[in-house]
Design a binder for this molecule. Sequence first.
Ligand code: AP5
Length: 216
Amino acid sequence: MNFIFLGPPGSGKGTQAKQVCKEVGILHLSTGDLLREAVKNETALGKKAKAYMDAGDLVPDGLIVGMIEDKLKAGELDGGFILDGFPRTLPQAEALKMMLVKNSKTIDKAILLDVSDDEVIKRLSGRFYCSTCNAGYNYPARMPKQEGVCDNDGTKLLRRPDDEEEVVRNRLDVYKKQTEPIIDFYERESFLARVEAEGTIDSIFQKLLTVIRESD
Ligand code: AP5
């Protein structure tokens, strides 16, 4: 079971990929999470990526492709996976295609989570996370029990720097210019599925599970 989750920032790729992977027992690989971890740990990759991420721009293809290639070579994707946030440009999509052929793997479906720009702005302006356990919250869709504090460990909740409205607008522009062309790419390859991703988190989860089980 190998899938790609596509969609604009805030479309729910991370939220849904986590739940689906837990349900069907495959790996959730988020390039955004890997990059944020690298920034937090001040690794060489993190130092190179930080300025791009803070501005809402894409990190150069070479750095991202290298990261995925390392995971493939290490066998981390052998038990099935959802790629969340990769590929994001046509060169990344082409590089992934070559890497998969080299490793005798195929993609079952690239699933596009479709949401409007207004919904993206609403969701990202309400997003908070716990820097200790990484749990995600959203006002008003997924509120913590006590305002501003993580349910799991009591840590004060934070916002991602790239969730400021101006940066979100740039991320949406970048998505339209650099990522949307890969929708056509996967349509031509005949394995694109579109899922209407507005509504409750659970109703979207059920739609995604149906697509995933039908593709298996
Ligand atoms: P990344 O972390 O991938 O950011 P993104 O794609 O912009 O994704 P988000 O995490 O913002 O949104 P999501 O779709 O995962 O939504 P989520 O589930 O969190 O990348 C960050 C940066 O890293 C990029 O800008 C770039 O600089 C760099 N980068 C990463 N990958 C790269 C690549 N391949 N190439 C180059 N650069 C790369 O949900 C959002 C919020 O909405 C949450 O609070 C959630 O609780 C809430 N929510 C979810 N579903 C619903 C719902 N149905 N109703 C109400 N609220 C909901």
